[in-house]
Design a protein around this ligand. Sequence first.
Ligand code: G4P
Length: 282
Amino acid sequence: MTIQWYPGHMNKAKNQIQANLKFVDVVLELRDARLPLASANPVLKQIVPEPKRIIILNKSDLADGQQTQQWVRYFQEQGVTVVPLDVQHHQNLSELTLAIEQKLAPRLKKYQQSGVRNYTIRAMCVGIPNVGKSTLLNKLVGKKVAVTGNRPGVTKNQNWLKAPHNLELLDTPGVLWPKIEDQTNGLKLALSGAIKDSLVSASELAVFALDFWRQYYPAALQKMYQLDDSDLKVSGSDLLIHLTQAWAWQEDYERTAQKIIQDVRQLRLGRYSLDRVENNHD
Ligand code: G4P
């Protein structure tokens, strides 16, 4: 697997975000709750000051709830404001507005004390592609807005969108790519759909998924594919062969691999978290 890392684009995106930083009170950094580390871009940590930064672990409806809870604790222990969200199904957005208000509490208190009601909190969304930035903007603004600048390298006039709770949001989210430092991160991103399937072969992805489920979700794997305990002892690639034979798909491993990937993505193997708190040594 060779996944490209584009420093040229990255610099442009980084400069755009940096230019916008001075106009905003809060930066909403979206990550995928299934990959709180692999779906991050390290540049953001360098350029966004902590007092402005809120990490949103989005798509929490797809992630393993226990892991998400542990990740929330992990970030909180590091002094980072973090909110798990399921933006698509519109739950918990009140938790986000609360987090924003808490983040800006000293300033909001001053406004309150001096009777100012007409203040504005300005925010922008940032994150890697496909983490739900446009969906969040639409939900906060309460209508479908054209997020046309949400493409690498596309510049356009920026507008502020009004949202409840005195919020105004920059209509152009900052897009940065994940930093794919190793093969495993690349596979995690591909399995979750954050990067294109074409970058990784289906069988490589399916073998990775089978090995991952053998280790972390063996009961779900056994139930889904009616496996014996002994089947779980073989490697992911042997399991792929075993399933291809069991389904009588001749030697069409590609077909088996595609099915497994779809099963994972459609949650037939249950909700899952690919970054594990217990394996994080940062
Ligand atoms: P982006 O701007 O960061 O690139 O992401 P975008 O909002 O376009 O969302 C990418 C995909 O993720 C969309 O699905 C969107 O519906 C889905 N999504 C966003 N938030 C959530 C969430 O909290 N949970 C789940 N399960 N999905 C979420 P799509 O299939 O690409 O588009 P569509 O079919 O929804 O239009």
